[in-house]
Design a protein around this ligand. Sequence first.
Ligand SMILES: Nc1ncnc2c1ncn2[C@@H]1O[C@H](COP(=O)(O)OP(=O)(O)OP(=O)(O)O)[C@@H](O)[C@H]1O
Ligand SMILES: [Mg+2]
Length: 331
Amino acid sequence: MAVDVGTDVLIEVEGVEKVFDVRRKAGFLRRERREVRAVDSLTFTVPRGEMVGYIGPNGAGKSTTIKMLTGILTPSAGRLRVAGIDPSRDRSRLAHRIGVVFGQRTTLWWDLPLIDSYRLMRRMYRIPDARYTENLARCVELLELEPLLEVPVRQLSLGQRMRGDIAAALLHDPEVLYLDEPTIGLDVVSKVKVRGFLRDLNAEQGTTVLLTTHDLTDIEQLCRRVMVIDHGRLMYDGELEGLHDLGGGERTLVVDLERELPPLELEMVASARVVKVEGARQWLAFPAGQSAAPLVAEIAGRYPLADLSVREPDIESVIARMYAGGASVKP
Ligand SMILES: Nc1ncnc2c1ncn2[C@@H]1O[C@H](COP(=O)(O)OP(=O)(O)OP(=O)(O)O)[C@@H](O)[C@H]1O
Ligand SMILES: [Mg+2]
């Protein structure tokens, strides 16, 4: 079943701030008070059905944002609505509409077999029988949980536990799913499984997803839209493609020559330069906004060219530059 991405706004964040009052020891008896502005004038909306990546360096304010969106934390200022509900005021009503996975900790009962956690959640959320049975069956099949259901959670591997947690977050059919680092510590195969599951969930059930991760492959494979936060402030909100053009992005021309040569010296295209040489292969960086054609023409005309390909700017390096550039020191 395909679900239309509607125009209704499911998550509304307007001028939101979160300031923590931190006290720390500064001598024998003296304590120092300090304010940490974890989230600062944050404004964005997420329409129903969208899957949005939410990225930023350590301490940027991502988890704080998610905690405010679940109602665990109350904003210091600004306005928040999720499915029309003010999260911190009506946290228990909101709980029926949202699902949350914190990759760093589990919501499952540590000592109980996995299936018992699900039975408890069914009661907590008063999930109707038919819906529970159907949702559990779907998650068990797609997340390959069958052999794990009778295993106590403490005995599960990290990847198994994460799949168990994702299922737990979805048993009550939430409209919104917040994922805070759902692939952290997972091996390559488990990451692929989790991503495939999330993609299908979003496409088939129309679940709105806010995804926080340090693994940019998650974002590249799942999200068209990405938001970048640093020091509590939104630095970028737009298509993933648009990030490529930021911060003086470069494309790379990979040139295979017929034989090993010293780094190519170009006369006509001065903006290109050799960044790496390996045997008969050379890598030339040139501005992302510029056509590769004159560069290719010059190389083909002056050197023994065997093959070539163009690579788009590597998103990792664009993001790294962005984090480095935005790292202003705050008092
Ligand atoms: N309960 C708290 N009390 C005081 N300071 C806090 C609290 N929670 C978070 N902070 C601070 O707020 C800032 C943002 O933290 P947050 O956990 O939101 O970052 P993050 O983007 O999730 O980082 P990471 O990628 O490391 O998970 C940090 O400076 C952190 O130390
Ligand atoms: Mg975090």
